[in-house]
Design a protein around this ligand. Structure first.
Ligand SMILES: *Cc1c(COP(=O)(O)O)cnc(C)c1O
Length: 224
């Protein structure tokens, strides 16, 4: 378990680095939202971040978020939860109700379930299409060549309000070409939001236009 003062001070450092990276390229730091990724960490580790004013959090697993967040949200009702991990179609129902944003929309079967649940409850989480920029077989996301068609399917075929794109570059490659590719696909599809950049590479992502950075270990420490 990370020490509370460590979490607060690392969070402050990360916020300062985000602001610096944004200003370096002439961007307004307020246009970059920090998603504090707290997967695997218990509520006690998350509390110091909440107490330091952090309100946007990322989780990878629906079940884990369902177990952790309802109680934390009672104390901090303005929290915004983002799902950044792969989503099984049979969890779409829970995900639409629990999350304010879903970053991993990547296949028609899932889109179908999401659209059904969105229609039922009459509101949609913010939705991001994940693009597998490195075309890695083990990773989720649509391939770059299929992205335009898939975005059109989400919007026109299912009426879902896609807001942006998300990517996770391959670990063994320089990330910047992947960020640039994601930005290019977003621009040609009229999408404003770019979810890209993690602890190791968020400065590069901000240089290339990230509007959401997903940062875990730099705030909460290494995961077990
Ligand atoms: C875990 C995770 C992160 C955070 O990674 P860190 O390297 O700990 O910052 C960001 N994005 C996704 C999709 C993740 O699964």
């Amino acid at each position: 378990m990370p020490c509370p003062t460590d979490v607060a001070s690392r969070l402050a450092e990360v916020r300062a680095s985000i602001a610096r990276a944004a200003r370096d390229v002439g961007r307004n730091p307020a246009d970059v939202t920090l998603i504090a990724v707290c997967k695997t960490f218990p509520a006690e580790a998350i509390l110091p971040a909440l107490e330091a004013g952090q309100r946007v959090f990322g989780e990878n697993y629906v079940q884990e978020a369902k177990a952790k967040w309802p109680r934390l949200r009672e104390a901090f009702p303005d929290v915004r939860l983002h799902l950044i991990g792969p989503l099984q179609s049979n969890k779409a129902k829970d995900a639409v109700r629990l999350f304010d944003a879903i970053h991993t929309v990547d296949r028609e079967s899932l889109v179908r379930e999401l659209a059904k649940e969105v229609a039922k409850i009459g509101r949609s989480p913010r939705l991001f299409v994940q693009v597998n920029t490195g075309e890695e077989p083990q990773k989720g996301g649509v391939s770059p060549s299929e992205a335009d068609g898939f975005i059109a399917l989400c919007r026109e075929g299912f009426g879902l309000p896609i807001e942006g794109l998300m990517c996770i570059p391959p670990v063994d490659e320089p990330p910047s070409p992947h960020f640039a590719l994601l930005a290019k696909i977003a621009a040609r599809n009229g999408l404003r939001e770019l979810s890209m950049g993690m602890s190791a590479d968020f400065e590069a992502a901000i240089q290339l236009g990230a509007t959401y950075v997903r940062i875990g270990s730099a705030i909460f420490g290494e995961r077990a």
